[in-house]
Write a protein that binds this ligand. Structure first.
Ligand SMILES: [Mg+2]
Length: 167
């Protein structure tokens, strides 16, 4: 059912709270990470030191990492390049194509891949459509694209529904 495709597998208050051991227990080997409002404020070219450290730790824990963003190649490369991370830009999430591209890059199968992002209708929906392990985090900044703001209202309903435990 469509509504189930909008349900993240897990919700955490930030990327920093995601327990890597849980991912490893679920046999996750690759992690697709959204950029805007997941790792950094929308359009902010600088990652915080905390976000950089987190990405480094994620890789050191043995995960393949790929940034997948709907933003422009210039924007995404600015961040990914500094860390030598592979990325897919202008991804048109929730379309599956860019997620498949990330799987190719990381050489992982969907069931061993997690998607971490702040949007139900791009990150969670796209990841769920391929059967990936989806993790939703709240946006780190309120400043964002106007279209996104409207979508947030629906997202809140999805999250409330999940918290009630029905599905
Ligand atoms: Mg985002």
């Amino acid at each position: 059912m469509f509504f189930n495709l909008l349900q993240p597998k897990k919700i955490y208050q930030s990327v920093f709270e995601i327990p890597f051991e849980d991912l490893q227990k679920s046999r996750i080997r690759g992690v697709i990470v959204d950029l805007d409002n997941t790792l950094t404020e929308w359009q902010n070219p600088e990652l915080s030191q905390e976000a950089v450290d987190w990405l480094v730790k994620l890789r050191e824990a043995g995960f393949q990492v790929c940034l997948v963003s709907n933003n422009s190649p210039r924007r995404v490369e600015e961040v990914a390049g500094k860390l030598g991370l592979p990325f897919v830009a202008r991804a048109q999430k929730p379309r599956r194509k860019s997620f498949r591209r990330a799987l190719e890059i990381m050489k992982t199968r969907p069931e061993e891949t997690a998607v971490i992002g702040d949007q139900v209708f791009t990150d969670v929906l796209g990841g769920n459509r391929l059967g990936m392990y989806t993790i939703l985090v709240p946006p780190i900044s309120k400043k964002e694209f106007i279209g996104t703001r409207l979508v947030r209202i629906i997202e809140r309903l999805v999250i409330e529904r999940q918290n009630r435990g029905d599905s």
